[in-house]
Ligand binder design. Structure first.
Ligand code: FAD
Length: 469
């Protein structure tokens, strides 16, 4: 009888503990992906990107003699039917840590075990299980630096090899067809254009890692904050779907560091930010939906006003902010420095609830990650766990002077006002929905809140709120 390998955010063959464990049973293995209640609510770009990843892993599996079985429905219902159809004795999967996945997985595990089916969850999505990193007093970490100091001393296990042969069952259960799922249905922004910016699948991820280590890691510390340069790894879209394991990325970075490439230490530190976000989402799950420091719930954030709409549409009149918002809309990604600046502008200059930004990112990012996105937004809004005082307000003009001094980033994404706008900048107007009524011929707006006013706006609101409670 077969084992079902339930794939979710682990769409790779190499360094896949759940896959290795399933194959090690000596039984045939059926890889299964379920378009379930957690997939259903993904944002447009994330769902679309997931579709590309599924296409890729299904080819990889086919080359090994395996079929990726696709089914749609509630996870437990689907698993119960595939178990009944195939006589499978077990279901194996890689653990996830966001609330929706944890609730689903806990229910599935209990239900399967009650039905006499082995239900086994495995590590692999993070370097260390969130409960295995603890402070001296046995608690969890709330601050990054001590977390890093602990993690960097821990042993990261060796990567597991990809299977060479697949233990196929005599008969494969029937599968849905990926194209019928229309994973791009909610992409009202030209899915083909966004697709051009994706590097999908395990091979692309490994190439990306190799190139980054060979070419860019030395300059990483110095250049990583410049959005006009390609100086970061771009691996987040691969890591979020598990097209590469964080362990493989860690070892590549650690090896480079040992060989004297000092920029690699900074890279490892960034990878550990991802780890920290998972530590937090596991130990403080409300980070996804509520201010981490709950007192901030009473802050008079603005709701979804026309200011937020201008922000979403890249029409705030602040070129750095608008460039970044347009970059995300067209490419599905946004440079980390730009994420901080647009986040700060929305929450401080526009005093808008961080959850409005979080939701828009969730809709637009192909690297959307429940943990990193939530932590990032709480960090920029100043209500998160790290000691970031609310009054740290990024000025998007001085930030642009510092990190985009030659304006290459802004020119890449802003067309208005240039006699020869760049092709990328023009592509934005092709991507946006017609209902937005935008074109390069409409004059660039004046700032809705000027760069220099933001600090004052934020501080006045902060003091009034502080006094009132
Ligand atoms: P590199 O600089 O090459 O870093 C290597 C890896 O380290 C990344 O791929 C990523 O996995 C991890 N990493 C780097 N910086 C961070 C960070 N600040 N937090 C967590 N992990 C990090 N990242 C996502 O993957 N998904 C998101 O939805 C997301 N939303 C964000 C929202 C906001 C408001 C902010 C400020 C940051 C967000 N980030 C998110 C973190 C960060 O911006 C991206 O991980 C980074 O830009 C990815 O580019 P890269 O792969 O080239 O990173």
């Amino acid at each position: 009888p077969p084992i079902i390998l339930w794939l979710r955010r682990d769409l790779r063959l190499a360094d896949h503990p759940a896959m290795v464990a399933a194959i090690a049973t000596g039984q045939p293995v059926i890889p299964l992906f379920i378009h379930d209640e957690v997939v259903e609510v993904l944002g447009a770009a994330a769902k679309f990107r997931l579709g590309l990843s599924l296409e890729n892993i299904s080819t990889q599996l086919r080359d090994l003699g395996a079929a990726l079985i696709l089914r749609r429905g509630r996870a437990h219902d689907v698993l119960r039917s595939v178990v009944a159809e195939t006589g499978a004795t077990g279901v194996f999967w890689s653990r996830l840590y966001d609330t929706a996945s944890k609730v689903r997985d806990t229910e599935v595990k209990a239900a399967l075990r009650k039905e006499g089916v082995k239900a086994d969850s495995h590590p692999g999505h993070v370097l260390f299980e969130p409960w295995t990193v603890s402070t001296k007093t046995g608690g969890f970490y709330k601050v990054y630096t001590p977390f890093w100091n602990t993690v960097k001393q821990k042993e990261v296990g060796v990567c597991l090899p990809a299977p060479k042969r697949w233990p196929a069952p005599a008969n494969w259960p029937k599968s849905a067809t990926l194209s019928n799922w229309k994973m791009d249905a909610e992409m009202n922004r030209g899915a083909a254009a966004v697709a051009k910016h994706q590097r999908v699948g395990e091979r692309a991820a490994q190439d990306r890692l190799r190139n980054f280590i060979e070419i860019a890691v030395d300059g990483y510390k110095k250049y990583r904050d410049f959005p006009g340069l390609r100086s970061t790894s771009g691996l987040s879209e691969n890591l979020t779907y598990g097209e590469i394991s964080p362990r493989m990325v860690w070892h590549a970075g650690a090896r480079a560091l040992n060989e004297g490439h000092l920029g690699a230490e900074h890279f490892l530190k960034e990878l550990v930010w991802r780890e920290f976000s998972y530590h937090l989402i596991h130990h403080t799950p409300w980070i996804e939906t509520e201010c981490w420091r709950r007192v901030w719930e009473s802050f008079p954030w603005r709701g979804d006003t026309e200011l937020a709409e201008a922000w979403r549409r890249g029409r705030t009149g602040i070129p750095f902010v608008d460039a970044a918002m347009r970059e995300m809309y067209v490419t599905g990604t946004m440079h980390n420095r730009a994420r901080m600046i647009v986040g700060s502008y929305l929450t401080k200059h526009l005093l808008t609830d961080w959850r409005i930004g979080q939701a828009w990112f969730a809709d637009c990012l192909t690297d959307w990650d429940p943990a990193a996105n939530a932590m990032g937004w709480q960090w920029v809004a100043g209500c998160g766990p790290d000691a970031t005082p609310y009054f740290r307000v990024f000025n998007p003009v001085t930030q642009a002077d510092k990190f985009d001094a030659d304006q290459s980033y802004q020119r890449r994404w802003i067309a208005e006002g240039y006699t020869k706008p760049s092709r990328t900048a023009l592509s934005y107007f092709k991507a946006v929905p017609r209902s937005w009524a935008l074109s390069e011929d409409i004059a660039y707006p004046d700032p809705i809140v000027s760069a220099s006013d933001g600090r004052g706006v934020a501080l006045v609101a902060y003091s009034a709120w502080k006094e009132g409670h």
